[in-house]
Design a protein. Structure first.
Length: 291
């Protein structure tokens, strides 16, 4: 388990070393013996700590037959493993930078998310995600990768091993994405998901006017042994905030949303009302086409 003073970068680095050792069928001790190291040196790397030179790290990565892209990634991470807060530019050719987020969601004990304009990614259906990706716009291969990655992420997070609370603005459910069939599937999916015991979905109605969270979407991840972090996804970069003063500001937003948002029963009623409105609008449109 990550150390109290570990960082987002350090945990990703340590998890990657651990995965490479596992793939090679080696324990920390076996790898250390092959390299003539003390076992503690490998253990520090697995825990995301500094302690080896670039040459030593390159030697270990060579022993573990690390693919070139992963080799470069880990060498770069090694230099910055001690730095808190991480801005990841989204122009690196990856449609959805999920690796860091997925690894931290895996060890999170609690996740709280806020989404203002679209349905939160953890509760999107694939067709909804697909049409959002095309609207960005993304090339079809990237849109397909983003959609597939999101399904994998949802499966891992919504497995009952952590408490998940999703706050969304009403307008996120009213924004047309795809066609009427896609929106109907998405809204019914929210109703089905809302009864899961470990997942809470709460809406902030448009009628309530301006409320906390207008600055944008975010997720807060809480852990049992390390401080909470906040993930913010934007057009140009994804950001992981570890500075506890910054995280505290998002805590304040979440407390405000908790006070403001409809409860679970009221939220299900509002979703049902929106479904009814969408159904009536669709019927009217069909009748007009038939005239």
């Amino acid at each position: 388990m990550p150390l109290l003073r570990s960082t987002v970068r350090g945990r990703e680095f340590g998890d990657a070393i651990r995965a490479l050792l596992r793939a090679a069928g080696l324990t920390n001790r076996a790898a250390a013996e092959l390299l003539g190291w003390q076992e503690a040196k490998v253990s520090e790397l697995v825990n995301g700590k500094e302690g080896v030179t670039d040459v030593e790290l390159a030697t270990l990565l060579g022993l573990l037959r690390t693919p070139p892209d992963e080799f470069d990634h880990l060498m770069a991470l090694h230099h910055d493993a001690h730095i808190r807060d991480w801005l990841q530019p989204t122009g690196s050719g990856m449609a959805d930078r999920v690796r860091t987020l997925r690894e931290h969601e895996k060890i999170a004990s609690e996740i709280d998310g806020w989404s203002m304009n679209v349905v939160h990614g953890l509760v999107q259906v694939p067709d909804y995600t697909w049409h959002l990706a095309l609207a960005k716009p993304l090339p079809e291969p990237d849109a397909r990768a983003l959609t597939e990655n999101r399904v994998v992420r949802q499966t891992a997070v919504l497995d009952g091993n952590r408490k998940v609370t999703i706050y969304m603005h009403e307008q996120a459910l009213r924004l047309p994405v795809g066609n009427a069939s896609v929106m109907a599937e998405q809204l019914h999916h929210l109703l089905r998901m809302s009864v899961r015991p470990y997942l809470t979905i709460r809406l902030v109605p448009t009628a309530f006017g301006p409320r906390a969270g207008l600055a944008g979407d975010f997720d807060r991840l809480k852990f049992k042994k390390i401080p909470a972090i906040v993930y913010v996804e934007s057009e140009g970069a994804n950001v992981f905030l570890e500075d506890q003063v910054s995280v505290g500001r998002y805590d304040t937003v979440l407390r405000s949303l908790e006070r403001t948002a409809l409860d679970e029963v009221q939220t299900r009623k509002l979703i049902t009302d929106i479904i009814g409105e969408e159904t009536r609008d669709d019927q009217v449109a069909q009748e007009q086409l038939q005239r």
